[in-house]
Design a protein around this ligand. Structure first.
Ligand code: MN
Length: 480
């Protein structure tokens, strides 16, 4: 993409922002990387431009797009952080520095280097979320061009992508990017399964499209009598999540319930409920299929109404109803908060509050001793398969699979964790190493002056509990 096109694409959503800095970053990056080539043989700069292009797709602000163009200059060229600061100011220089990896020579192994780099990046993300958004754009392009690397490198990068980057994108609510990263990794790690599944999904497509068209026609007809503004979008699952379902349920593709999916987008929350009413009037809802993520948003900011209705041929159709605003958040997650609204930075008043969970989580991770322990905890905490356990007052805590009442106690409060001596799960006394299940109601028994036990480290699963226990033992001079 040439410079003029890039500036135009940016100005299309941020017409009032001066693009001088962006043009300067473009030239500076192109000049700095001039001597370098990618494994594909292309100019290195094409990678930087592709990263900036994705960030523009996500409608990110000016410093983020500039940092996207410049993200590899410190790591790969002779440009120093100081020089970058002089040319582009503190904000952009800081973003680029946070994206610069430490060199492998400083570590005894690749694992240690990877762990330390992750730790640095997550800590920088706590200061400025845009760091991880740029990193995701970087990884996306690296995955799109992975075919030029050796098979060993491909596998290593795809593994890291699927175990860390994709779940992180999920946590940040960036579902669109998560799906892309998963499918690109899936194609590298299981090429035969990928090709097989892709062919099967493609062969099912015409029949599904016919059903969808018919449903859509009926729906449009039903909605035409109302004046609720709406648009209807079809949606499909990414290949990796279908494959994941096959693995978990140990079923072939043909037996996987992969309901048709439709999105109904409207202008206001009230109209989401109005459309839901109309939908349920004209199509039979499937019992217990309704979930209200507007009244109860997910931790990653996701909001929508979910319901499943019976279609014209008796097939199940999953419908998600949401406003345009919710739709943007669902596709772009946290990144949606940096988007411009008519040229001005749209600062979300509640953003800080919404980011608190991420910061908190990062705080626990900081307490861990070694980078490797950090990376292990990160993987466990990012695991998408979590259990949801309730306090006796009905407050829900999300915990990693295999979590114990000790994890739960620390999730409620550090003091409760520290002084925990027993637990009741669903009104029955249980041992502290019992694995909790989703839906369990857990009550923690505490005793004043009781202290954490070293053995707890063998059974806890969450980063928070692990970090708090270690912290205590360290303070008391007990080796863990
Ligand atoms: Mn890069």
């Amino acid at each position: 993409m040439d410079k003029r096109e890039l500036l135009q694409r940016f100005s299309a959503y941020a017409p009032l922002v001066d693009t001088d800095m962006l043009g300067k970053a473009y030239d500076y990056s192109a000049k700095s990387h001039a001597e370098q080539a990618r494994a594909s043989g292309e100019d290195y700069f094409s990678h930087c431009a592709a990263v900036a292009d994705s960030l523009i797709d996500w409608k990110m602000d000016l410093p983020t797009v500039c940092a996207g163009l410049l993200h590899d200059v410190i790591e790969d060229t002779s440009v120093t952080p100081e020089k970058l600061r002089q040319n582009f100011g503190e904000e952009i220089a800081k973003l680029v520095t946070a994206l610069t990896k430490l060199h492998k020579v400083q570590f005894s192994s690749r694992d240690d280097a990877q762990a330390e780099n992750w730790r640095r990046m997550i800590l920088a993300t706590a200061q400025d979320i845009r760091v991880i958004i740029i990193k995701l754009a970087d990884r996306l392009h690296n995955m799109q061009t992975i075919e030029y690397l050796t098979p060993e490198k491909q596998e290593r990068i795809a593994r890291e992508t699927i175990s860390l980057y994709a779940p992180l994108a999920h946590r940040l609510g960036m579902f669109e990017i998560k799906g892309q990263l998963e499918d690109l990794s899936f194609a590298v790690l299981h090429p035969e399964d990928f090709a097989d599944l892709e062919a099967k999904v493609r062969s099912r497509l015409p029949a599904r499209e016919a059903m969808l068209t018919e449903f859509r026609k009926m729906l449009e007809h039903a909605l035409s009598k109302s004046d609720v503004p709406h648009r209807i979008l079809a949606r499909s699952k990414n290949l990796h999540s279908i494959w994941g379902k096959m693995q978990r349920q140990k079923k072939p593709f043909e037996e996987i319930q992969d309901a048709l999916g439709v999105r109904l987008i409207t202008d206001s929350v009230a109209n989401c409920y109005a459309l839901l009413g109309l939908l349920h009037t004209h199509f039979q809802p499937v019992p217990d299929s309704f979930t209200d993520y507007i009244a109860h948003p997910k931790l990653n900011l996701y909001k929508s109404l979910h319901t499943t209705v019976v279609g014209p041929k008796g097939e199940y159709i999953e419908v998600q109803l949401r406003t345009e605003e919710m739709h943007r958040t669902a596709e772009y997650g946290i990144a949606a908060h940096w988007r411009y609204k008519t040229g001005e930075a749209a600062k979300d008043a509640h953003l800080e509050e919404k980011l608190n969970w991420l910061r908190q989580w990062i705080e626990w991770l900081q307490d861990l001793d070694s980078p490797r322990e950090f990376l292990d905890s990160l993987k466990t905490d990012l695991d998408l398969y979590q259990v949801f356990v309730f306090t006796p007052l009905g407050e829900v805590k999300a915990l990693p699979v295999g979590a114990t009442p000790i994890d739960f106690a620390f999730a409620v409060h550090t003091d409760i964790g520290q002084t925990c001596v027993g637990a009741r799960v669903n009104n029955k006394m249980v041992k502290l190493d019992t694995q909790l299940k989703s839906g369990d109601i857990c009550e923690i028994l505490t005793k004043k002056n009781s202290v954490p036990k070293k053995d707890w480290l063998k059974v806890v699963k969450s980063a928070r509990a692990r970090s708090k226990i270690r912290h205590y033992l360290r303070e008391k001079g007990i080796a863990a």
